[in-house]
Design a protein around this ligand. Structure first.
Ligand SMILES: Cc1ncc(COP(=O)(O)O)c(C=O)c1O
Length: 496
C-alpha cells in the first residue's frame, strides 16, 4: 500500500487532543524570578491595585488585557525595519491602504489626495472615537446612539459629546439556559422600539464585534444584516466597532448556518458590506501594539448624510495626531500593523487563537469554577458572585478585588476585576454603593503570547483560591471609592 493510502487509514490529525500550535517561537524572553512574598510585599505597597503592579514582576500570565499585548510575528519584526519616518505620505501609509482594501474592501480607503478622504488613522481606538463623536455631537441635541454593547471608552466618548449611549444587550446574554453562540447580538425588539421612540435623534447605530462588554460574545451575520436593514430603512447609517472583527468572523464560520464552507476573508467582506463605516483599535485584531482608525464607506449612507464630517476628521487629525498619513503613529508602527492585518485573517491563526481561549475556559470549568458560558473570543470571564456564593462576603466587600490581588500575589498571574468595583459607583452624599448587574473577573488572553501550560497554570491557581474561598477576606477601599474610572486609581486593604 502506498503511503497516502496508509495515512488515510489512521485517525485524522485533527482528532488529536494535543494539536501543535500553528506557529513556533521566533524568539523568547526570560521572565525575572520573584517569590510570592516579594510579589505580596510590592502589591500591598501598591494598595492591592493590580494596575499599579510592575509587569516585570509578573512570573505567571499577564491577562489584564488583550489590547496591545500581542506578540509580533517574525514578519512584523522584519517590517519594523522598513518603517519610513517621513512626515508626509510615508511608505507605510500606502502599504496599510493596500492591506485595508484587501481585508475590508477597497471602498473603505480612497486615495488621500482624492477629494473624498474616507480613511483616518489614529494612534489608538479611543482617539478615533473622540474625533468621530466630537463631529457627530455637533449635529444636534438630544442625540442617542444605540449599540449591542458600547465599550466603556466608546460610551465615555459618546457621553463627553452630550450624546446618550444606549446599550441593547441580547436577552440571551443573561439566560443561562440559552444555547446560543451569538449572545453578543443586539436585542432587535428593543432596537425597533428605540427607532420608534427617537425619530430623527439617532445619528448612527453601532455594533461591537465581538461584544467586549457583553462577555466577549460574538455577533451573528443574521443580526448584523437585520440591524443594517432596520437602520437603513430609517435612513440611519450603521457602524461597526471592529476591534475583534476576525475573531467574530471565526465564530460565524464555525457556528452560523451556511458559513462553514466560506473563507474568513469572504465572511469579513460580507460583515463589512452591511456597514457604512467602522472604528477600530488595531491593538486587538490588527495584531499590533499600537494603532486605530475610522474608515467610512465611500458610497455609504454616512458620507452621504454627513458630507462635512470627513473634512472635520482631517482637521481633528492634524490638530491632535499630526499629518493624516501617520495619524499619531511612527512609520515603523504602521508597517507592523499592515503586516499584522495580513496574518489575522488566516484560518490557521484564528483556529488556534479562539480554540486556545475556549480550552482555557473549559479547563476552568472542569475544575468546577463558575465560568460565563459560552466562552467568548478573547477572554474567559468568571462570575465572582457565584464564586463567593456560599461564603460570607457581601457585595461591598468587593470579592473580585480580593481574588485578583491574591491570584497575583500567591501565584503570579494578573487578571482584571470588571464587576462591582470597576462598574459600580459610590455616592458620597448618601454613603450608598451602586452595583452593576454583572460581577466578573476577566482573564483576557494576549494574542500569540502564551502556551497551553501557562494557561493551565492560571486555571489551577484559580481553583486553589476557589478551594480556599471561605478564607478570602473582603477589601476596604482606602482611596478613590467615589472617583470616576475608580478601578484604575483606587487603593485597598484587606478587611482582616
Ligand atoms: C470594543 C472596543 N472598542 C474600543 C476600544 C478602544 O481601543 P483603544 O484601547 O485602542 O483605545 C477597545 C479597547 O479595548 C475595545 O475593546
Amino acid at each position: 500500500m502506498n503511503l497516502p493510502n496508509l495515512v488515510k487509514k489512521l485517525p485524522e490529525e485533527n482528532s488529536l487532543d494535543s494539536r501543535p500550535r500553528s506557529y513556533f517561537n521566533h524568539s523568547v524572553e526570560f521572565k525575572k524570578v520573584f517569590t510570592a512574598e516579594e510579589r505580596a510585599e510590592v502589591l500591598e505597597k501598591a494598595g492591592l491595585n493590580v494596575f499599579f503592579f510592575p509587569s516585570e514582576m509578573i512570573t505567571g500570565c499577564d491577562l489584564l488585557s488583550d489590547s496591545g499585548t500581542t506578540t509580533m510575528t517574525n514578519e512584523q519584526w522584519a517590517s519594523l525595519h522598513l518603517g519610513d519616518e517621513a512626515y508626509g505620505s510615508n511608505m507605510g501609509y500606502f502599504v496599510l491602504q493596500e492591506q485595508v482594501r484587501e481585508v475590508f474592501g477597497k471602498e473603505f480607503f480612497n486615495d488621500m489626495a482624492s477629494e473624498a478622504p474616507n480613511a483616518f488613522i489614529f494612534h489608538q481606538g479611543r482617539a478615533g472615537e473622540g474625533a468621530l463623536f466630537t463631529s457627530i455631537g455637533k449635529l444636534g441635541t438630544g442625540l442617542i446612539i444605540p449599540s449591542n454593547g458600547h465599550f466603556d471608552t466608546t460610551q465615555a466618548n459618546i457621553e463627553a459629546n452630550r450624546i446618550q449611549a444606549l446599550n441593547l444587550f441580547s436577552p440571551e446574554l443573561k439566560d443561562e439556559n440559552s444555547k446560543s453562540y451569538f449572545k453578543g447580538n443586539m436585542d432587535i425588539q428593543r432596537f425597533k422600539e428605540a427607532l420608534k421612540k427617537h425619530p430623527g435623534k439617532i445619528p448612527v447605530v453601532y455594533l461591537t464585534v465581538t461584544n467586549n462588554t457583553g462577555g466577549g460574545q460574538p455577533v451573528s451575520m443574521e443580526n448584523i444584516r437585520e440591524v443594517s436593514e432596520l437602520s437603513h430603512n430609517n435612513d440611519i447609517p450603521l457602524f461597526l466597532d471592529a476591534c475583534r472583527f476576525a475573531e467574530n468572523a471565526w465564530f460565524i464560520k464555525n457556528y452560523e448556518q451556511g458559513y462553514k464552507n466560506k473563507g474568513i476573508k469572504e465572511i469579513v467582506r460580507e460583515m463589512f458590506s452591511y456597514a457604512d463605516g467602522f472604528t477600530i483599535s488595531f491593538k486587538k485584531d490588527g495584531l499590533a501594539n499600537m494603532g486605530g482608525g475610522i474608515f467610512l464607506k465611500s458610497d455609504g449612507l454616512f458620507v452621504k448624510k454627513y458630507p462635512r464630517i470627513p473634512d472635520e476628521l482631517v482637521n481633528y487629525q492634524i490638530l491632535r495626531e499630526g499629518n493624516p498619513s501617520y495619524g499619531g503613529m511612527s512609520g515603523r508602527d504602521i508597517m507592523a500593523l499592515a503586516t499584522g492585518l495580513k496574518t489575522v485573517t488566516k484560518e490557521e491563526y484564528l483556529d488556534y487563537r479562539v480554540k486556545q481561549v475556549q480550552e482555557f475556559g473549559q479547563g476552568m470549568q472542569k475544575f468546577g469554577l463558575p465560568v460565563v458560558m459560552p466562552i467568548g473570543g478573547h477572554a474567559v470571564y468568571l462570575d465572582v458572585s457565584k464564586f463567593f456564593d456560599d461564603t460570607k462576603l457581601k457585595p461591598e466587600d468587593f470579592g473580585g478585588i480580593s481574588l485578583v490581588a491574591l491570584l497575583l500575589a500567591a501565584y503570579g498571574h494578573r487578571a482584571c476585576e470588571l464587576g462591582y468595583f470597576a462598574f459600580g459607583s459610590y455616592d458620597k452624599e448618601t454613603g450608598k454603593d451602586k452595583f452593576p448587574d454583572v460581577n466578573f473577573v476577566r482573564f483576557a488572553v494576549p494574542r500569540l503570547r502564551y502556551e497551553r501550560q501557562d494557561l493551565d497554570s492560571v486555571a489551577e491557581s484559580v481553583k486553589m483560591l476557589y478551594d480556599s474561598r471561605d478564607k478570602i477576606p473582603g477589601v476596604k477601599v482606602v482611596y478613590g471609592k467615589d472617583l470616576p474610572l475608580r478601578h484604575f486609581k483606587a487603593r485597598f486593604e484587606f478587611k482582616h
